[in-house]
Structures are given as structure tokens and as C-alpha cells.
Design a binder for this molecule. Structure first.
Ligand code: GRF
Length: 201
């Protein structure tokens, strides 16, 4: 079985979209894959409730309880790897996980660590992407699914979606329009990776 572990910090709407797509598209039957666990660095992350209601194992690992970024990432990796002991899960999916990861962590999951960023990368890496796109006078914004490399919000692009920026848009209205597309492209990108993996079996 290919285990997928999803990391969140908040609402978890991308995670929820992925769980729903996995059921609808029968990832278990098609790709021998399942979403095995949802891990959050915040106990109050709303997405944890959704995950529990859908029978998915959840874990909370509070980054504030660790003395350094390295110690947190080591504990995080140990928690993730429980879901495919003695090896590591097939995919680790970052879905609104608001932590910068250490190079060692990124390297451990090379080619199986995936992120979604709410901009058309390589434009607007980092935070406040929607306001920055509006301020720059962009006519279009979007979202990018990419493999994670050591450089923040970089790495090979797997999927992108484009949305228009409308004259009266605020960061919030734009974020909502982009998020709707995120919910489509993120599960699609993961399904496509799983499909490739199952062809290599
Ligand atoms: C999304 O916009 C995602 O691109 C960004 O953080 C947001 C998370 O939203 N990295 P949600 O928690 O999936 O609802």
C-alpha cells in the first residue's frame, strides 16, 4: 500500500479536497494508495476535525515545543515515517503547512515531497502573494503545485492554474478564486504522481 501523509497548519481545505478526490476516484483500487495520516503543527487546525471525521489518523506536533528547527524536523520525520515503517511514505503532501523545512528534511523526501503555492511560480514566492500580485498590477494570478527542493517555493512544477485578477479584487476575493482552482489541481497532480508510480511497479 502506498501511504500518503498530508501536513497542514490551518483550515485544510486542500487536504479535504484531496481526501474527497481519493474516495471519488478510488485511489486505493487504482493506485493502491491511501491517505494514511494528517499531521498538523497546530492543535487547533480545523482540518484535523475533517480528517478525524473521515477516519484518517491525525497527529499534532507543536513546533514551539522544540528547541530548534532541526529538532522539530527530526521529530516530524519520525512521525511521518511511522506511516510506512520501516521505510518512508510514498508521498508527503504539504497543504498549507506554514513551516520552513530544513534541507535535511527536504532531502529525506526527495521527489516525494509536494507543495502547493498560491501564485504562478516563479512569481511571488513567499507570503502575501495575492496582495503582491494585485499591487504589481498583474492581470492574472494562480496556483502552482511543485516538488519541494531546498529553496523556498521553488522546484519542478507539476501543475498550474490561472485565474483573472478583477478590478475590484481584494487579497481575500482573489485568494478565494485561487483556492477553488487549488482544490482541482492539487488532487490532479497527486493522482498523476501515483499513476506514474503504479506504472513503475
Ligand atoms: C492555500 O492557499 C495554499 O496554497 C497555501 O496555504 C493555503 C492553505 O489553505 N500554501 P488550506 O489550509 O488548504 O485551506
Amino acid at each position: 500500500m502506498r501511504n500518503i501523509v498530508i501536513l497542514i497548519s490551518g483550515g485544510g481545505s486542500n487536504m479535504a479536497a484531496m481526501v474527497q478526490t481519493a474516495v471519488k476516484e478510488q485511489w486505493q483500487k487504482k493506485y493502491n494508495a491511501r491517505i494514511a495520516a494528517v499531521i498538523s503543527n497546530k492543535a487547533e487546525a480545523k482540518g484535523l476535525i475533517f480528517a478525524r471525521e473521515h477516519g484518517i489518523a491525525t497527529e499534532v506536533l507543536n513546533h514551539k515545543a522544540f528547541a530548534s528547527r532541526e529538532e522539530f524536523d527530526t521529530a516530524l520525520a519520525n512521525t511521518i515515517d511511522k506511516y510506512d515503517s520501516p521505510s518512508i511514505p510514498a508521498l508527503v503532501v504539504l497543504a498549507g503547512f506554514m513551516r520552513i523545512l530544513t534541507p535535511g528534511f527536504v532531502q529525506r523526501y526527495t521527489d516525494r515531497l509536494v507543495n502547493i503555492h498560491p501564485s504562478l511560480l516563479p512569481a511571488f514566492a513567499g507570503l502575501h502573494t495575492h496582495q503582491r500580485a494585485i499591487d504589481a498590477g498583474c492581470k492574472f494570478a494562480g496556483a502552482t503545485v511543485h516538488l519541494v527542493t531546498a529553496e523556498l517555493d521553488h522546484g519542478p512544477i507539476l501543475e498550474q492554474a490561472i485565474v483573472p485578477i478583477l478590478p475590484l479584487d481584494t487579497a481575500d476575493t482573489l485568494a478565494q478564486r485561487v483556492l477553488t482552482q487549488e482544490h482541482i489541481i492539487y488532487p490532479r497532480a497527486i493522482a498523476s504522481l501515483l499513476c506514474k508510480m503504479s506504472k513503475q511497479d
